[in-house]
Write a protein that binds this ligand. Structure first.
Ligand code: PA5
Length: 435
């Protein structure tokens, strides 16, 4: 059952006619291309059926690695960048305690490396790892990306000093290509626990493979429920041709119309900071998939009410170039009510007994109304709660809509030729042999 609801009431007045038949036909053609594998980049469509196809053996191996390592470690370092990092972080940060100083139950705290070249970051990380027990997952589809390779070289040397070569190998998991890459060779030589990233699934579409599932399970979350949510959304996306019943089609149509009507920026907004990394994952998914051939919507994000005190002015009153997509959560996991105060010096007794969520929802409604009046088309995507199941649904929904939207805009969603330019300059500056 799809638990996700899309509300277009605050969008329609701006995108007059966005649900017309011509647009619906374009979206349906894009959906068919994806499903039939007749569009550009069709050798990277493995993610479409993956939630159905993933084998029990993979889930069992992940569980076995979690059970084997958990009693030995306080921290689990996930090394990866882009699609080999953001999906896991998005799900873990959405589900974990906001102040995750300790892991969930007996699970380790997941921390990240390989997503930066900041020297101070690595100095701080080494200091932390000196005084604690840890294990790592090194994740790279190509097995040759510089940032995670640099991080892994440093951490591998640290682990071998601390635990010996055999002990370090027992604490290392490699997730990489089935056939190629330096990481695969290192993992085979050292005897690491290994997972393969399917050939036909690209980095930013790989969160439901071991790339995301292993770290998410290590953090103590239910990967079966995540996959079940994805399967539910897959049923809808693959079988519903009517945009009123297929939220991915409706979303793709809304954003493509917004682009054509002069709104080239989409700001994904949430009202709970737990979703900050979901927005980071979404930005990569849409930015790398659509931003090519001088086309595409610029994906941007904000967390409200925090950013209403920084970006709010621009959104309300700046250049009119933005569509706002509000990711709304109906129910929080907890309840915190405003207490009564006898003196009432802050004047807040009128809120006494209300939960923070009730206040947050009024802030959300007030913001959507204000931005709408200010000329911003607002689309609302509502989930009943943040859980493994709803995150699984959201991930598949955003991935499918991304494919449809990119095809509607005439680009191949599954390559990223533009990412190479900085790398070749960097390698030349570093004096890499053969460059
Ligand atoms: O979506 C993508 O393909 C990229 O963002 C990659 O995930 C990122 O560049 C990391 O690549 P790799 O997994 O090969 O190290």
């Amino acid at each position: 059952m799809n638990a996700l609801k899309i509300n277009t009431n605050r969008l329609l007045p701006f995108l007059n006619g966005f649900d017309n038949q011509q647009l619906a036909a374009e979206a349906e053609e894009a959906r068919r291309k994806l499903i039939a594998g007749t569009g550009a980049g069709n050798d990277f469509l493995g993610w479409l059926d993956w939630p159905e196809k993933i084998s029990h053996e993979i889930v069992e191996k992940i569980t076995a690695d979690v059970v084997r390592l958990t009693p030995k470690i306080k921290f689990f370092v996930v090394i990866g960048i882009g699609g080999s990092y953001l999906g896991a972080r998005a799900v873990i940060e959405a589900l974990q305690d906001s102040f995750a100083l300790a892991g969930r139950g007996s699970c380790p705290v997941v921390i990240y490396a390989g997503h930066t070249l900041s020297e101070d970051y690595y100095a701080d990380l080494m200091r932390l790892l000196d005084s604690t027990d840890y294990a790592v997952a090194v994740i790279s589809k190509s097995g040759t990306t510089t940032e995670p390779a640099v991080a892994f070289r440093i951490i591998k040397a640290h682990m071998e000093r601390k635990y010996g070569r055999k002990g370090a190998a027992e604490r290392t998991i490699a997730i990489t290509d089935a056939h190629r890459g330096a990481l695969r060779q290192i993992a085979l030589d050292e005897g690491y626990s290994m997972y393969e990233i399917p050939d036909d699934i690209g980095g930013r579409f790989s969160v439901l493979t071991p790339v995301g599932l292993l770290p998410i399970a290590m953090a103590g979350f239910d990967i079966e429920a995540l996959l079940a949510g994805a399967r539910e959304m897959r049923e809808v996306c693959l079988n519903e041709a009517d945009p009123q019943r297929n939220p991915a089609l409706l979303y793709a149509m809304a954003r493509q119309t917004a682009l054509r009507k002069g709104y080239p920026v989409e700001m994904l907004v949430n009202f709970v900071p737990q979703l900050v990394y979901l927005a980071e994952w979404w930005k990569q998914l849409y930015g790398e998939s659509e931003g090519k051939e001088h086309r595409g919507i610029l994906p941007h994000s904000a967390t409200f009410t925090t950013d209403l005190h920084s970006m709010g002015q621009y959104i309300q009153d700046g250049q009119r170039l933005m569509m706002e997509t509000v990711l709304s959560v109906a129910k929080p996991k907890n309840s915190v009510a405003i207490p009564f105060d006898e003196k009432n010096l802050d004047g807040l007794n009128y809120l006494q007994g209300k939960t923070i969520n009730e206040i947050n929802h009024c802030a959300q409604e007030g913001t959507e109304m204000a931005h709408n009046t200010g000329g911003v088309p607002v689309l609302e995507i509502e989930v009943p709660e943040v859980s493994e199941r709803t995150l699984g649904q959201l991930i598949y929904f955003f991935e499918f809509a991304c494919g449809v939207s990119a095809y509607m805009n005439g680009v191949n969603p599954f390559n990223q030729p533009g990412v190479e330019a900085y790398k070749s300059n960097m390698f030349r500056l570093l004096g890499k042999p053969g460059v």
